[in-house]
Design a binder for this molecule. Structure first.
Ligand SMILES: Cc1cc2nc3c(=O)[nH]c(=O)nc-3n(C[C@H](O)[C@H](O)[C@H](O)COP(=O)(O)OP(=O)(O)OC[C@H]3O[C@@H](n4cnc5c(N)ncnc54)[C@H](O)[C@@H]3O)c2cc1C
Length: 381
């Protein structure tokens, strides 16, 4: 199903699409696999999209936008994803850190926003810990108040891009007596602070996103490093994480469409009746994601609660995994190959591997099911 923007949205999308097409190199669609892994190219795209006002279309021109309405912004993001616009290299910078700085930062903290959004500096998110992933409120990293500021001790894990980041948006426990979310505070921590050690974690996959462990041993930050109020970190985390809620389903919808396109091309060469039926079911999955996304937007625009976010996270990430699994079976054993001569430049196996992480980050599928059951359906805990 292809719904298209109308009226003003259509006009502004046309302008945005024209910019994107003119910026992309002429061989982009022939060598998408290579460009997908080229961090310099993706960084150059981020800066150019910022300067042209298409990176954050809903924000003002000083922050990479055109101050557009939410609906136009959604269409542009969807169209860019459909045109396979380069993936931002440090997506949590503009996607989570920048909104947190804008909403909760003081003047000095907000002065970082432009460089984070443009990608001139990278930021990492220090949330997960070895014993606190899904249950973030049980985090044990502490920030103890001392005369000079706060002394941070503890360990974070799965911290994407920590080695390449200038700053960390860190969440730490400031009230030891309060064991749950009420005792957590957010901090802006320069990564060159003495007492911080970063270790990379090797991961399977295309290698464009480096995982790290970050250790804090008496790392001292000034009082002004606190982002938002003391013990108010939970609100900072929840509000900034929800900012990119549309981006997750849009990214997954495009992944589903890409996988189904590859699978259909294989199916045309190796017809199989059962797989043809599966393809139709998966196309219906893609439509469901798309329509649920629009329903969520409709709810927000009319002031109703946005109940779609956990449904979209769960459904779109799992549907993307199903779609790549289908594409692999339609292509045959050679779908597992990478490198020269691999079918579709190895895109299927890369999509399968990358898709595994999507049902974990931003809240696992099990956690989304709990939220849907308890908060949306009112089932007992
Ligand atoms: C690609 C990627 C990038 C990431 N980037 C970052 C980052 O930049 N910064 C950061 O801080 N973190 C990051 N993470 C970490 C991510 O947020 C955590 O992996 C996630 O929150 C899950 O936590 P965990 O790995 O500790 O698993 P756990 O919470 O230990 O869960 C283990 C299993 O138990 C299940 N489970 C847990 N609780 C429940 C429950 N109540 N009910 C039912 N089942 C449950 C889970 O679904 C899972 O299957 C990233 C993860 C990935 C995959």
């Amino acid at each position: 199903m292809k719904l298209e923007p109308q009226g003003t949205d259509a006009a502004v999308c046309e302008q945005a699409n024209a910019w994107l097409k003119s910026w992309l190199p002429p061989d982009y669609y022939d060598r998408t696999g290579e460009y997908r892994l080229d961090l310099d190219f993706r960084s150059a795209y981020q800066a150019a999209a910022f300067d042209a006002g298409w990176l954050m279309p809903g924000w003002g021109p000083e922050l990479g936008g055109h101050s557009l309405e939410e609906e136009s912004e959604l269409w542009i993001k969807l169209n860019f994803a459909r045109l396979s616009a380069p993936k931002l290299p440090n997506v949590q910078g503009p996607g989570v850190a920048a909104p947190a700085l804008i909403k909760f930062g003081d003047e000095s903290q907000r002065s970082h926003v432009r460089s984070v959004v443009r990608g001139d500096t990278w930021w990492c998110l220090g949330m997960s810990e070895p014993q606190a992933g899904s249950d973030l409120a049980s985090m044990r990293t502490t920030a103890q108040s001392v005369d000079e500021g706060f002394l941070i001790n503890g360990q974070k894990v799965w911290t994407s891009h920590a080695r390449d980041s200038s700053h960390c948006l860190l969440f730490a426990r400031t009230d030891r007596l309060e064991t749950r979310h009420r005792g957590i505070t957010a901090f802006v921590v320069p990564m060159d602070t003495p007492g911080i050690t970063v270790r990379a974690i090797k991961k399977i996959g295309a290698g464009d996103e480096e995982f790290c462990e970050v250790f804090f041993d008496d790392a001292l930050v000034p009082q002004g490093a606190m982002l938002g109020p003391l013990n108010g970190g939970w609100k900072v985390a929840m509000e900034s994480l929800s900012f990119e809620r549309d981006m997750i389903w849009i990214m997954n919808l495009v992944e589903i469409e890409r996988a189904l396109d590859l699978g259909s091309r294989s199916l045309a060469e190796r017809p199989d009746a059962a797989l043809a039926v599966e393809l139709e079911r998966l196309l219906a999955d893609a439509d469901s994601v798309w329509l649920t996304g629009l329903r969520g937007l409709g709810h927000r625009l009319t002031g109703r609660p946005d109940t779609e976010t956990p449904i979209l996270k769960l459904y779109s990430t799992e549907a993307a995994q199903r779609a790549f699994d289908f594409a692999a079976r339609a292509t045959g054993d050679s779908a597992a190959l990478l490198g020269a001569g691999a079918p579709f430049e190895g895109e299927i196996v890369l999509g399968e591997i990358e898709g595994l992480g999507a049902t974990i980050y931003g809240g696992t599928s099990e956690v989304q099911r709990n939220i849907i059951g308890e908060k949306l359906l009112g089932l007992p805990r």
